[in-house]
Write a protein that binds this ligand. Structure first.
Ligand code: UD1
Length: 383
């Protein structure tokens, strides 16, 4: 059997790493090993957004790099499809495996199906219900087309069934990101938060805040809904600088999109001048995991961090109005609370979260063995 798996953007890397390891484990000592080809579309290309994760997670170099780079959604998806079609033609895989919900996921699932190649989607069935999110469109199309829909939780199975997916295509495997978390926990535990800040800060000469366990906040922001609108982003920045950083150190690894928008909206000076706010380059997997382990709370609009906070028990204020990962929500036993981007609401939830203790939770099958189940599902489905 020949499997071609695809990565494109940062959140894909922690999902593919354990899958590749599962293939290697399966192949050890077998006479007809699975042939595996890793394709990187190149949507993320900065060292800190891509290669750093290959290094941190021990992902072998991609066999094929499409180099599509940045651009509008149509450009990214279109360029990926054009390049990926040639790869599929040449490689003739039995399966294309896509993960998550980024533009690479959409582009490669569509291309595979148009070339009559079977497609497996790892992390199928997540739905935010918000069709203004590019990721939701990517999820809907990829799931509609895929031959094998491997879900992280039971709520996702219900979503797929409601959309008419036949039972035979659906497999409940658990959350593959948590395989990576389990594998990397010990390495992360060995890191020192102060050293992480020192290595990644934008301002080496600025005085370093003292980082005591459960006495600092971590933040990540990159969704267009938060960073692409001047009024919203400005109000968020004001709240974070004036109220959060005023209380305890606030660590902010800045995503390239947020970086660009801070400059575009004239907020760059403001955030650089704020005391107790540590601006950092995007950080690697181990660094983020370590900071998360003893943060008092996280502000984020990332999907993956909602999941990691749930397993680590870190109170997570999710700067979104909806989530495709309801299992991570407080009302489902998780660590995340949806706070949107209205400052009043964020303030209230922030006060509540400060009073909350860390409560780690394990949703069903988030047990570190998802990748093996994914591979077995593909093998069972056959060539
Ligand atoms: C993408 C994913 C999103 C995911 C996020 C994680 C889609 C639709 N979105 O969003 O689901 O949560 O990645 O990071 O696929 N840029 C760089 N260097 C890079 C990559 C991007 O500077 O290595 C800049 C470019 O100016 C680019 C902008 O960041 O225009 C946004 O990048 P893009 O890949 O379009 O989307 P993300 O916001 O990263």
């Amino acid at each position: 059997m020949k499997i071609l798996s695809v990565v494109g953007a940062r959140p894909n890397f922690m999902k593919i790493a354990p899958f590749i390891r599962a293939i290697e484990k399966h192949n050890a000592g077998i006479t007809t090993p699975i042939e595996h080809v890793l394709v990187h579309t190149g949507q993320h290309y900065d060292h800190q957004m891509s290669q750093k994760f290959f290094d941190d997670l021990g992902i072998p170099p991609a066999d094929i790099h499409l180099g599509v780079g940045s651009g509008s959604h149509a450009e990214q998806v279109g360029n990926t499809m054009i390049a990926f079609e040639k790869v599929v033609m040449e490689q003739r895989p039995d399966w294309v495996v896509v993960v998550g919900d980024v533009n690479a996921t959409l582009a490669c699932s569509v291309t595979a199906k148009k070339m009559h190649v079977k497609c497996c989607h790892i992390e199928a069935g997540l739905r935010s219900g918000d069709w203004t999110m590019p990721e939701e469109i990517n999820r809907l199309v990829t799931d509609r087309l895929s031959d094998l829909l491997l879900t992280p939780d039971r709520l996702s199975i219900e979503n797929l069934k409601k959309e008419g997916a036949p039972d035979g295509k659906i497999g409940f495997v658990g959350n593959i990101m948590i395989d990576t978390l389990e594998e990397q926990l010990e390495v992360a535990r060995g890191l020192d938060p102060a050293d992480i800040v020192k290595r990644n800060t934008l301002h080496e000469d600025a005085p370093m805040p003292v980082l005591e366990p459960e006495r600092y906040v971590v933040m990540t922001l990159h969704r267009p809904s938060n960073v692409d609108h001047r009024e919203i982003f400005t109000a968020l920045v004001d709240f974070l600088c004036d109220e959060v950083a005023a209380e305890m150190p606030l660590l902010w690894p800045i995503h390239p999109r947020a970086w660009k928008q801070l400059q575009e909206f004239g907020l760059w000076e403001r955030v650089n001048g704020a005391g107790n706010l540590v601006l950092m380059n995007p950080i690697g997997y181990h660094d983020m995991l370590r900071l998360n382990m003893t943060a008092k709370l996280l502000f984020t609009d990332s999907g993956g961090l909602q999941e990691e906070c749930t397993v680590l028990g870190t109170p997570c204020l999710t700067l979104r109005w909806n989530t495709e990962r309801p299992i991570t929500l407080w009302e489902h036993g998780g660590a995340s609370v949806l706070v949107g981007n209205n400052v009043e609401r964020i303030r209230e939830a922030y006060r509540e979260a400060l009073a909350r203790d860390r409560v780690p939770v394990r949703p069903e099958l988030w047990d570190g063995h998802t990748a093996g189940r994914c591979l077995q599902a593909i093998i069972r489905a056959g060539k």
